[in-house]
Design a binder for this molecule. Structure first.
Ligand SMILES: [Zn+2]
Length: 211
């Protein structure tokens, strides 16, 4: 970079240093990106003097996207999702998922969004399979919402007859609430009440909410 000069004072007395940033992917995993910045010994300016980092960030985002797609599709396979029937229901060409999984074809942004929706709410495939019929779609959504809610909430009367246990699948354990006051009875990292959960205002509720 000896032929590069400081964009502020035109000094050639600049040095390069590495900087790292993190991007959180769809699965909540933090991915590090190594960026390059410069500092000028004469005027003290620092930053991405030659606009190189946009390319690094874009490359990292593409890599993250590719990994997300492969991981989602591998989980579909592990959960015995039939690719052919899902593709048919969603109106995608045959072997679309296989192509995405093998990274032969990088899906566009709309396709990635579709995949994320279906990953989060697998019953959307059933909605599509029923030609988006309004009443059937509502029924599928409600059935899944209720079963998610039943899964989340289980009545516990071991410690307190009014206590409700909210089991958090994300490994934070069980939280206890007084069913009448909604007051949390034991410690937990997520402060939610059944009523808040119903409104899907919490991260846990949102994960299962159908809006
Ligand atoms: Zn300078």
């Amino acid at each position: 970079m000896s032929d590069n000069i400081c964009p502020a004072c035109c000094s050639a007395n600049i040095s390069q240093y590495e900087k790292s940033e993190t991007i959180t992917d769809f699965f909540g995993v933090e991915r590090g990106i190594r960026l390059i910045e410069y500092s000028c010994a004469d005027c003290g300016s620092t930053g991405d003097f030659f606009n190189e980092n946009d390319d690094f960030i874009q490359a990292a985002l593409n890599e993250i996207k590719k990994n997300e797609i492969v991981q989602m599709l591998e989980e579909f396979s592990a959960n015995k999702v039939n690719f052919a029937s899902a593709e048919r229901a969603l109106g995608l060409p045959q072997r679309t998922f296989a192509k995405w999984k093998s990274s032969d074809v990088t899906p566009n942004a709309a396709a990635v969004s579709l995949l994320k929706m279906v990953y989060r709410f697998p019953w959307l495939v059933e909605v599509a399979d029923n030609k988006y019929n309004y009443l059937i779609s509502q029924k599928i959504m409600i059935q899944n919402a209720v079963s998610s809610l039943i899964h989340l909430l289980s009545i516990s009367n071991i410690y307190d007859s009014n206590a409700i246990t909210v089991s958090d699948e994300s490994s934070e354990g069980s939280l206890f609430f007084n069913a009448t006051s909604g007051q949390q009875l034991s410690s937990g990292t997520t402060n939610i009440t059944p009523s808040i959960l119903m409104k899907s205002a919490s991260p846990i509720g949102a994960q299962y909410a159908n809006r």
